[in-house]
Design a protein around this ligand. Structure first.
Ligand code: SAH
Length: 213
């Protein structure tokens, strides 16, 4: 099977499991070659629904987790989005398809080696609406705030307050909260009101930093 055929099969599986429910997320997955975001030696495993090692003790998230987060964030074309934890750049590549050419995505990564790789991976697949920054994303990224959506791809001890502050009115924030085994939390901000929803259990590498572990 070619990578493309494997990608189609994976999307079919995620559809069947109701991890992908919208046509937009389905399209974004079909347009993003996961094999371009994993190390050469793991390319043949790129379409298994599992996290994979990407170096520096970090992992590319499992496709079903990326799907759950994309669907839950309800992303619209043209939005401005912040990702904490660029890793391989795969998740942000999918998000870049959801916001389209008019949208803009910023991703902050604390490890410069991974930030460099993510930049290169995104370049290799021709993505131009994503900017990778190096720094402690537990404090958000004030210089481009406020954001329509913010999501964290590592587990935080609790929701970092700067991320709530950097959300627009009616903005949404998704954060895995807990140590290793955690809960995926969705925060919706309307004026001063903050509504939290629990989207269930998940496993992520830890968020390291001022508001992290
Ligand atoms: N979205 C990534 C998943 C990477 S794993 C992908 O699709 O491949 C989580 C990443 O979060 C790791 O690369 C880790 O280095 C990074 N990370 C941990 N704490 C961080 C922090 N405070 N700020 C920015 N990145 C952080």
């Amino acid at each position: 099977m070619t990578f493309e055929e494997k990608r189609v099969e994976l999307v079919k599986k995620l559809r069947g499991e109701r991890r992908i429910t919208s046509i937009e997320v389905e399209k974004a997955f079909l347009e993003t070659p996961r094999e371009m975001f994993v190390p050469e030696s793991l390319k043949n495993y790129a379409y298994l629904d599992t996290p994979l090692e990407i170096g520096d003790g970090q992992t590319i998230s499992a496709p079903h987790m990326v799907a759950i987060m994309c669907e839950g964030l309800d992303i619209k074309k043209g939005q401005k989005i912040l990702e904490i934890g660029a890793g391989s750049g795969y998740h942000v590549a999918v998000i870049s398809k959801l916001v389209g050419k008019e949208g803009r995505v910023y991703s902050i990564e604390r490890l410069s080696s991974l930030a460099k790789k993510a930049k290169k991976n995104l370049e290799n697949v021709g993505i131009t609406n994503v900017t990778i920054e190096i720094g402690d994303g537990s404090q958000g990224l004030q210089k481009h705030a406020p954001y329509d959506r913010i999501y964290v791809t590592c587990a935080a001890p609790k929701i970092p307050p700067p991320l709530i502050h950097q959300l627009k009115d009616k903005g949404k924030l998704m954060v895995p909260v807990g140590k290793m085994i955690c809960n995926l939390e969705l925060v919706e901000k309307t004026g001063e009101q903050i509504i939290k929803k629990d989207l269930g259990g998940c496993a992520f590498v830890p968020l390291i930093g001022k508001y992290g572990f």
